[in-house]
Design a protein around this ligand. Sequence first.
Ligand code: IYR
Length: 231
Amino acid sequence: MTSESTIREFEPIPLPDYAEIPLEAMRAEALRFLAVMRKRHTVREFSPRPVPRDILETCLRVAGTAPSGANHQPWHFAVIGNPELKSRIRREAEIEERAFYAGKAGEEWLGALRPLGTDPEKPFLEVAPWLIAIFGARNSVSADGVARKNYYVPESVSIATGFLIAALHQAGLATLTHTPSPMGFLNEICQRPPNEKPYILLVTGYPAAKAHIPLYATEKKPLEAISSFFL
Ligand code: IYR
């Protein structure tokens, strides 16, 4: 590692790849994507059916296109398919979840979760073929080997995670955003340094043949409740 960083200068290039879509097609495309995303449902029952690694790699490349603070791309995706590691993760997560559901969460939080039907048992952590532990780096090393601070880390990681969830869904896979708390144990299991904070454990694979979802989770707020326009 060198001690001085090379400041990269602004180097504008013509916008690549932009292809204007006629308005009618734009409308149709937006609606088409809405229909695609409306079919995404968080799933907690997975099939053990294997999913080829290259599919995940492509979806992770999609995540890697996300915008980030100063384009530092402060994320790391630790992808776990190894059964022993999955078992360890399940064991550690369930320790935290048992404490959470036994009262640590508090009555209000547990009440909010009741319509989701979640509990401390997390068999999906062993059943699903892949777990993706998503880390955000408070600082990292630039291309020229210099340590540098990262900016808007939670925002950047969350945007990349959204891209990843959409990509996996588009590829035909189900996902679950699992958040055992605290999840510091993921650093040790995934061999990530202490400057990286685990944000989400994303579970992915085929849904179980008879997977259920909570009715409550299908109730999405209408547009009027989530937006306001100023004309
Ligand atoms: N992490 C726990 C509890 C949980 C919390 C929220 I907020 C959810 O939307 C769902 C679950 C668990 O995974 O069970």
